[in-house]
Write a protein that binds this ligand. Structure first.
Ligand code: PRP
Ligand code: ZN
Length: 299
């Protein structure tokens, strides 16, 4: 297959999005062969190659059509959008889908021993960040004139080095803040991963594969929380049991040989099934309950 029929997807080389991105692609059925330290992974069973790059480069790679698709945090995307807007241009990447991973937030954090009296108290303070545009918008919307100290990394040590009074940085587990004796005081922006695509119209073969990939992504995301539940119940308890099944559409009801008053119920639950639910089902007359994970789903 030639270069024009293989999709190119940009993924963060090393960071919070790398493992979940690859995990998503694996669940979508992609078998990737990749040599050690290689920047490009070759899709063995799909016409799709994965490019491993710095996350900050992904929006440009996609809007300049070097890559067809990109998996990127909304934080990087929005920062880029604002940066382009400030230069009078418009972002050209298109967001195709929001994804349920890479959840984190851009937050303000002060040295742990320092008090914090709300956003107004930030007047005239120096805030170190690698997200000057998101921070700038946040401060402007609140009418606060603070000094933004734009750094390219190691933001968390800026207060100790005397370069800033506080910081504005990404927080996911919070361990970086804790290790640097910083206290989170304000959320500036909430983020998660998204799938973006090139603004350029794709040739038919590529378009087909983008569509297939999207359907698979949808299936993978649906399956995450879903469970398959099987149980036995008295026929008379069916209505009550239906009401107790979390997020299920019409369940399958099967006759049990030799037990005219009892049935088997099979249902897909779109939410997790907790012990409490099983206990309530038991209370309603259910028995022989099984809860199974679902591997794949396609509507
Ligand atoms: C962010 C941020 C912190 C860390 C916070 O960096 O700069 O260092 O993650 O995560 P934690 O709350 O789990 O400790 P990121 O991984 O986004 O790297 P990058 O900014 O260099 O892309
Ligand atoms: Zn980055």
């Amino acid at each position: 297959m030639d270069k024009h029929t293989r999709l190119k997807l940009a993924v963060q080389k090393s960071g919070r999005l790398t493992d979940p991105s690859l995990d998503l692609l694996t669940r979508c059925g992609l078998k990737l062969s990749r040599g050690k330290d290689q920047l490009m992974g070759f899709g063995e069973n799909m016409p799709l190659d994965v490019l491993f790059v710095r996350d900050d480069d992904i929006p440009d790679l996609v809007q300049e059509d070097v890559c067809d698709l990109g998996l990127i945090g909304l934080n990087v995307l929005e920062e880029k959008r604002l940066e382009l807007a400030a230069r009078g241009t418009r972002a050209r990447f298109e967001t195709v889908r929001t994804l349920d991973f890479g959840h984190c937030r851009l937050s303000l954090a002060v040295p742990a021993e320092q008090s914090y009296d709300g956003v107004r108290s930030l007047h005239g303070r120096r805030i170190a960040t690698t997200y000057p545009f998101l921070l700038g918008r946040f401060l402007e919307q609140r009418g606060v004139a603070a000094e933004i100290v734009t750094l390219s990394g190691a933001v968390e040590i800026a207060p100790r080095l005397g370069r800033a009074d506080l910081i504005c940085d990404l927080v996911s587990t919070g361990s970086t803040l804790q290790a640097n004796h910083l206290r989170e005081v304000e959320t500036v922006f909430e983020s998660h991963a998204v799938l973006i695509r090139t603004p350029v119209e794709l040739p038919a073969e590529k378009r087909d594969w983008v569509e297939r990939l999207l359907l698979r992504v949808e299936g993978v995301e649906q399956v995450k929380e879903s469970k398959y539940i099987m149980l036995h119940a008295p026929r008379s308890a069916l209505a009550a049991i239906r009401r107790l099944l979390p997020g299920s559409e019409s369940p399958t009801v099967i006759a049990l040989d030799g037990f005219p008053d009892r049935v088997a119920v099979h249902a897909v639950c779109r939410e997790n099934v907790f012990w409490e639910t099983l206990e309530a089902l038991k209370g309603a007359g259910a028995s022989a309950m099984l809860v199974l994970p679902i591997e794949k789903m396609l509507a």
